[in-house]
Design a binder for this molecule. Structure first.
Ligand SMILES: Nc1nc2c(c(=O)[nH]1)N[C@H]1C(S)=C(S)[C@@H](COP(=O)(O)OP(=O)(O)OC[C@H]3O[C@@H](n4cnc5c(=O)[nH]c(N)nc54)[C@H](O)[C@@H]3O)O[C@H]1N2
Ligand SMILES: Nc1nc2c(c(=O)[nH]1)N[C@H]1C(S)=C(S)[C@@H](COP(=O)(O)OP(=O)(O)OC[C@H]3O[C@@H](n4cnc5c(=O)[nH]c(N)nc54)[C@H](O)[C@@H]3O)O[C@H]1N2
Ligand SMILES: [Mo]
Length: 762
C-alpha cells in the first residue's frame, strides 16, 4: 500500500495483480471527496510516447523555421524517439531565443497541474525557462482575476482572501448571507492538497446552533439542503443591484453604522449620493433592484433590516467576480458590509470564498513550505492571465491593466506544462485561431487533452501516481511524503527529467538541475526547509521519510480579518490612498473607465457583455464542475457517471424544458453567436427559471466536418465570452453568458474525446 495525495485529498493506493488501482481515503479525513473516484483514470488513455504534429515536423526536419499554421487541432501526429523530441524542443527554443529574444516565449503556462511541492509543474517550467534567460509571464488567476486587483485598490491588499476570518471566529454568527452559496462540491478541493474536509461540518454546526442561512443566487443547491436556507432566486449577474438596494435601505432608514463609516471608510458621500439617486436621478431602491434581479423588493428590504440587527457574515462566491463587471458585486458587497459596521469583529463582516475551496477559513500556515526555487526572470513582459488570446492575436496591441496602459509582446513560441487552456479559456474558436498564430506550441501532458492535440510537440509526462514527492498546502497541518504507486507509464517522463534533458542541450543543465537527481532534490528541499524552520525542530529527512509525514508547528486558529485595523486605524492604516476602506476611489474615478467607475455601481447584467448576447433567451451559468477538478480525469468513473448519453449535462428548470418541448435525458444543442455544443439534458427545480447551467471541463471534441457543431461532447467554453471583467482588472469573465437550447435531431456522434488524435503510420 502506498500513500498518495491529490488536490482533493490523501489516499492509500495499491495496484492489484490485474493492474487495477485500489483506492482508500485517508481514514483521518472526516469527509473524503467523491472525486477520489476519478483517480484510477490516471493510469488510462495516456500519451504513450513523444509525438510531433505532422505539418510542423515536416518544416523542422527540412531545416525550415516553422510558422503560423491553422492546421493545429486538425493535423495528424507522428511518433518520435525521445532523443529526437528533446533535440527538436532544444533547437526551437534556441532558435526563437537567438532570433527574437526570450520575451518571444510565452511561459505563463497557467493551470493547476497536480499536488506536490517538487513536481509542481508551474515551478518546474518557470525554473526551466528562467535557466534559459526568461520568458513572458502571466499575472493573476482565472479564479480571482478581478478580486485581487480590485482589493489591492480599495483595501490596499487582498486580506479577505489571504487572511479571512477563521471558522473558529464565526462560532457566533447569527446570519449567513450567501451570494452564490458555499457549494459543497467546491469545498472538496484545495490547491496543493487537503488532509481534512471540514467545511460541511462547520456549516452543519452553525445550523445546529441556530444560525440562519440566506442564499441569493440562481441555484438552490449552492447551499446544502440540511442548512434549510431561504433561497432568493436571484438572476445571475445582478448581485450588484440587490446589494445596492439593501445598502440604500440601510441609508434611508438610518440603520447603518455611522461611526464605522466615518472612522474606517473613505468616500461614503459619493457612494451615498449614488445610492440616493442624486447623481443620476435613480434611487437604488429595492423596487428598482427587484426588476433587475428578479428578487422581490419586500425580500430585499426585510433582509437589509434583518442584517442590521444581527451578527451577519456577508459571503460572496468567487464566481460573482468571474463575469463582466465582476469588480462591482465585490465592491458593492464590501460597501454593504461596511455599512453594517461588523468588519473587523468576530462573527460578522465580509467574506469572499467560504466554501470556494476546502481550506478557506482554515488559517494559512505563515511558515515556509519546502519549495522548488524558480530562479529569476530577467524578462519584464507579462500579461493578465486571461488575456492570452488577445496577446496572440494582437502583437504590439495596446490594452489597460491595473490602471496602466500596456502593449502585448510578440510571441513566437508557447510552452505549456500543467494546464489546459482548452479547458480554462473562453471562446474556444477564437483560442484556436490565436494558437494558429505562433511558430511553435510545446506541451507536456499525460493525456490527449485538446491542448495536447493542438501542440506541435507533445512530450508525455508522468502523473503524481508515478512520482515520489513532498505534499502540503498552506492550510494543511501535516507535511507528507508520498510515494510512486508504479513506475512511469509507457515512455512518459517526469516534467523534471524532460526539462533537464532539454536544458542540457542548451547548456543550461547546471543552472536548472544543479546536478541533482529527483531523489536528491526531495532531500535537499526538505533539508533546506528544515533549517529555515529553526527554532521549530523538524525531524531529519530519514526520520521524516520513514514516518511518511511530520506535523507542522501549531498556529493560531483564531483570525479575525481587519481586527488590527479596527482596533487602531491609524497604526494599522490600510495601504490605500486614504488609509481606509475606499467606497470611492479617486484613482479609479480619474481613470475614467466606463466599466469600472469610481464607486460601486450598477453597470448592467454580467451575463450580457455584448449587444448580440441579449438576443439569446437563457442565462447560462458555466461554473466549476461537481464531478471532477476542472478538466482533470474527465474519463474517470465519477465524472463519467454524470454524463448523459456520453455528453456533459445541461440543467434547465422543468418549466423552461416544457416550453421548449424538451425532455430529460435527450441530447440538446446549446448555442449562441460564438458556437454550438451538444449536451445531455437534465431537469431540476433547484435552478431559477430562465437559467441554464453547464459545468466546465468536458473535453473539447470538435464535431465531424460539416455538422456545424464545435464540440459534440459539451465543452461549455465554446460559448463563453473572451472579454476582460473590465479594463481595470482584466479578469476572466467566463462564468456567465447567454444561449439558446433546442432539440438536436442530427446523428449523435460517438467518438472518444479522451483518445489519441489521428496518427500517421510510416
Ligand atoms: N467558463 C468558465 N471557464 C473557467 C472557469 C469558470 O468558472 N467558467 N473557471 C476557471 C478557473 S477558476 C480555473 S482555476 C481554470 C482551471 O484551468 P486549468 O487549471 O488549466 O484546468 P485543469 O483541468 O486542472 O488543467 C490541468 C492540466 O494539467 C495536467 N497535469 C496534471 N498534473 C500534471 C503534471 O504533473 N505535469 C504536467 N505537465 N501536466 C499535468 C492535467 O492533465 C490537466 O490537463 O479554469 C477556468 N475556466
Ligand atoms: N468539485 C470541484 N471543486 C472546485 C473546482 C472544480 O473544478 N471542481 N475548482 C476549484 C477552483 S480552481 C475554484 S477557483 C473554485 C471556484 O469557486 P466559485 O467560483 O465560487 O465556484 P463556481 O462553481 O464556479 O460557482 C459557484 C456558484 O456560483 C453561482 N453563481 C454563478 N453566477 C452567479 C451570479 O452572478 N450570482 C450569484 N449569486 N451566484 C452565481 C453558481 O450557481 C455556482 O454554482 O472552486 C474550486 N473547487
Ligand atoms: Mo480556479
Amino acid at each position: 500500500m502506498t500513500r498518495q495525495s491529490s488536490h482533493w485529498g490523501d489516499f492509500d493506493a495499491v495496484l492489484d495483480a490485474d493492474g487495477n488501482l485500489q483506492i482508500s481515503p485517508d481514514p483521518r479525513d472526516a469527509a473524503p471527496s467523491p472525486l477520489l473516484g476519478n483517480i484510477s483514470a490516471n493510469l488510462r488513455q495516456r500519451i504513450d510516447r513523444p509525438y510531433a504534429r505532422r505539418g510542423w515536423l515536416q518544416s523542422v526536419r527540412a531545416g525550415r523555421a516553422p510558422g503560423p499554421d491553422n492546421r493545429r487541432g486538425k493535423d495528424e501526429y507522428e511518433a518520435l524517439e525521445w532523443s529526437e523530441a528533446i533535440e527538436l524542443a532544444a533547437n526551437e527554443l534556441g532558435r526563437v531565443i537567438a532570433q527574437q529574444g526570450n520575451s518571444a516565449i510565452y511561459g505563463g503556462s497557467y493551470g493547476w497541474g497536480s499536488a506536490g511541492r517538487f513536481h509542481h509543474a508551474q515551478s518546474q517550467i518557470h525554473r526551466f525557462l528562467n535557466a534559459l534567460g526568461g520568458y513572458t509571464s502571466s499575472r493573476q488567476t482565472y479564479s480571482l482575476g478581478a478580486a485581487r486587483v480590485l482589493f489591492e485598490q480599495v483595501l490596499g491588499d487582498d486580506r479577505p482572501l489571504s487572511a479571512p476570518t477563521s471558522w473558529s471566529a464565526l462560532a457566533g454568527t447569527e446570519l449567513f448571507v450567501c451570494f452564490g452559496g458555499m457549494p459543497a462540491k467546491n469545498a472538496g478541493v484545495n490547491a496543493g492538497g487537503i488532509t481534512n474536509h471540514a467545511t460541511a461540518l462547520h456549516l452543519r454546526e452553525a445550523c445546529q446552533r441556530g444560525a440562519r442561512f440566506v442564499l441569493l443566487g440562481p441555484q438552490r443547491d449552492d447551499l446544502a439542503t440540511e442548512l434549510a436556507a431561504q433561497w432568493l432566486a436571484l438572476r445571475p449577474g445582478t448581485d450588484t443591484a440587490a446589494m445596492l438596494a439593501m445598502a440604500q435601505v440601510l441609508l434611508e432608514e438610518g440603520r447603518y453604522d455611522r461611526a464605522f463609516i466615518e472612522q474606517y471608510t473613505h468616500g461614503s458621500a459619493d457612494f451615498f449620493a449614488y445610492l440616493s439617486g442624486t447623481v443620476d436621478g435613480v434611487p437604488k431602491t429595492p423596487e428598482w433592484a427587484a426588476r433587475l434581479c428578479g428578487v422581490g423588493a419586500c425580500e430585499l428590504r426585510d433582509l437589509a433590516r434583518e442584517m442590521s440587527g444581527r451578527k451577519t457574515l456577508i459571503n460572496l462566491a468567487w464566481s460573482l467576480q468571474r463575469s463582466r463587471y465582476g469588480e462591482q458585486p465585490l465592491w458593492a458587497g464590501l460597501a454593504l458590509a461596511a455599512m453594517l459596521g461588523q468588519i473587523g469583529l468576530p462573527d460578522g463582516g465580509f467574506g469572499h470564498g467560504y466554501g470556494a475551496v476546502g481550506g478557506f477559513g482554515t488559517p494559512r500556515n505563515p511558515l515556509p513550505l519546502p519549495t522548488l526555487p524558480q530562479g529569476r526572470n530577467p524578462v519584464g513582459d507579462f500579461i493578465p492571465v486571461a488575456r492570452v488570446a488577445d496577446m496572440l492575436l494582437d502583437p504590439g496591441g495596446a490594452y489597460d491593466y491595473a490602471g496602466e496602459r500596456r502593449r502585448y509582446p510578440s510571441i513566437k513560441l508557447v510552452y505549456w506544462a500543467g494546464g489546459n487552456p482548452f479547458h480554462h479559456h473562453q471562446d474556444l474558436r477564437r483560442l484556436s485561431t490565436a494558437f494558429a498564430q505562433v511558430d511553435s506550441l510545446i506541451v507536456h501532458e499525460a493525456f490527449w487533452t485538446a491542448t495536447a492535440r493542438h501542440a506541435d510537440l507533445v512530450l508525455p509526462c508522468t502523473t503524481h501516481l508515478e512520482r515520489d514527492d513532498l505534499v502540503a498546502s498552506r492550510e494543511d497541518r501535516r507535511l507528507r511524503f508520498v510515494e510512486a504507486v508504479c513506475p512511469p507509464l509507457g515512455q512518459s517522463r517526469d516534467d523534471y527529467g524532460i526539462f533537464r534533458a532539454i536544458a542540457a542541450r542548451l547548456g543550461a543543465e547546471a543552472a536548472f538541475s544543479q546536478g541533482r537527481s529527483e531523489r536528491q532534490w526531495l532531500e535537499a528541499l526538505y533539508e533546506q526547509w528544515r533549517q529555515q524552520m529553526t527554532p521549530h525542530a523538524m525531524p531529519h529527512y530519514p526520520y521524516f521519510r520513514a514516518a511518511g509525514e511530520c506535523e507542522l508547528p501549531a498556529i493560531d486558529e483564531h483570525t479575525v480579518c481587519f481586527a488590527d485595523f479596527r482596533q487602531d486605524p491609524v497604526r494599522h492604516a490600510l495601504k490605500t490612498a486614504s488609509g481606509r476602506i475606499e467606497l470611492f476611489s479617486a484613482r479609479l474615478h480619474a481613470l475614467g473607465y466606463p466599466d469600472c467607475p469610481g464607486h460601486p455601481a450598477w453597470l448592467g447584467p454580467g451575463d450580457e457583455p455584448e449587444p448580440q448576447a441579449a438576443a439569446y433567451p437563457l442565462s447560462l451559468i458555466a461554473n466549476n464542475p461537481a464531478s471532477r477538478l476542472h478538466s482533470q480525469l474527465d474519463h474517470g468513473a465519477f465524472s463519467q457517471a454524470s454524463k448523459i448519453q456520453g455528453r456533459e449535462p445541461l440543467t434547465l428548470h422543468p418549466r423552461d424544458a416544457l416550453a421548449l418541448g424538451l425532455e430529460a435525458g435527450q441530447v440538446v444543442r446549446v448555442s449562441n453567436h460564438r458556437g454550438q455544443v451538444l449536451a445531455g439534458l437534465r431537469l431540476s427545480d433547484d435552478i431559477r427559471p430562465g437559467c441554464a447551467q453547464m459545468a466546465t471541463g468536458a473535453w473539447y471534441q470538435p464535431g465531424p466536418d460539416g455538422c456545424g457543431v464545435d464540440c459534440v461532447h459539451g465543452n461549455v467554453n465554446v460559448l463563453t465570452s473572451d472579454v476582460g471583467t473590465s479594463r481595470f482588472s482584466q479578469g476572466c469573465s467566463g462564468q456567465l453568458t447567454r444561449v439558446e437550447v433546442s432539440a438536436w435531431h442530427g446523428p449523435v456522434p460517438s467518438g472518444n474525446a479522451h483518445g489519441a488524435p489521428g496518427r500517421k503510420h510510416s
